[in-house]
Design a binder for this molecule. Sequence first.
Ligand code: AMP
Length: 439
Amino acid sequence: MYQKIKGTYDLLPNDTKKWQSLEKTIRSVSKIYNYEEIRTPIFENTELFHRSVGEETDIVSKETYDFIDRGKRHITLRPEGTAPVARSYIENKLYADKLPVKKLYYMGPMFRYERPQKGRYRQFAQFGAEAFGSTSPLLDAEIISYAVSVIKALKIKDVEVHVNSIGDQESKVMYKEALIAYLEKDVQTLCSDCQKRFETNPLRILDCKVDKDTELLKNAPKPLDYLNEESKTHFNKLLAYLDAMEIKYVIDRNLVRGLDYYTHTVFEVNANLETLGAQNTICGGGRYNHLVSSLGGPDIPGVGFAFGLERLMFALESVNFKGTPDYLHLYLMILGEEQKEDGIRLLNRCRIGGLFSDIDFLDKNLKAQFKLADNMNARFIAIYGANEKAKGEINVKDKDTGKEITIKSSQLYNHIITELMNPNHSCETCEEDSCDDCE
Ligand code: AMP
């Protein structure tokens, strides 16, 4: 028997219902913020990630799924979405679009060869957003507000927004020098990864999971203390805009985030929920002013975020999220082979009219079909047997009201629609994700 690959998972129908609801909420919040969806390929040239995410990052140096295709090209399964979206933005010249600030979002699978555990997978899904074309801190604030609104729309509580600034290139260089000078004599005490990072990418030492809580790192210089005037102004304005948007945040002076392309704002959203386990960062993002130009595009800045959808699903367990209710409007019982053609004509008419409808395919008896209708959570059960066919009628039972009547079979669709529109009814037909009446 074959088994799924380590670090992957199947989403079975009970799960996909919840995922669809999650995706629906994400799409509606994206519409509210006027972000448009973009879909890029799952694999890209390996070089793209080396140039953008950075050679020395864990993602690129240890975690990518790389292969050489039959045309001898170096290919990588995308480990994140920003670089592919930036590549597409440049290649499709979206910067020449009539909207000078291009606001995009994406959802889809990413691949990282990480040690699997709860909330950490080798194939996982991200929802991310990227906004290109403005250096204004207002766009940073909007991106954070968009992320927070998704969390609010999902009714997830106990989240903390952590923000920091690593400054522009000049500030980053100044900070890097200070950090190197500070760590130089104690490099040997750092973990082996950080000893390498000291040579290649010292900034990353600050958010090393192993060394983070050591006295050495706690007392290390912080990026905020090395911001030049322009970077300080950017950060202060961001905080003022967040205040104006009534978004609560904490300034996290240690936050640098793992990827090379960030400048100025970096942020993360952590959820302090038992259902999440150790992997409690549900969203991370930041500004990247030079990513587009470093990939050969024009000098256009950007800012974005990415959520891990599995972690959002775990967070949703804490609010007892059920997803779209599972129901049918109509279960049609066709009794007897001779009734099948007329019966499926009725079924077809109901489906064309948009009623969620189903029938039996195994010639089950009446009792078994009632059970099936129950399992499918059908509101209306219609019985169409030889008697009904002879009289041009059909028997319809409303499971919600208990009402049972016999009507002209040609009226089946109209009858159900009329009953569904009855304002006294609620739950299964109201199509709300969480209807007070049906809870
Ligand atoms: P990053 O691209 O590393 O900033 O990650 C953004 C978000 O994606 C994180 O905050 C997580 O929610 C999620 N994420 C990253 N790596 C994984 C993984 N291996 N498995 C599941 N979720 C992940």
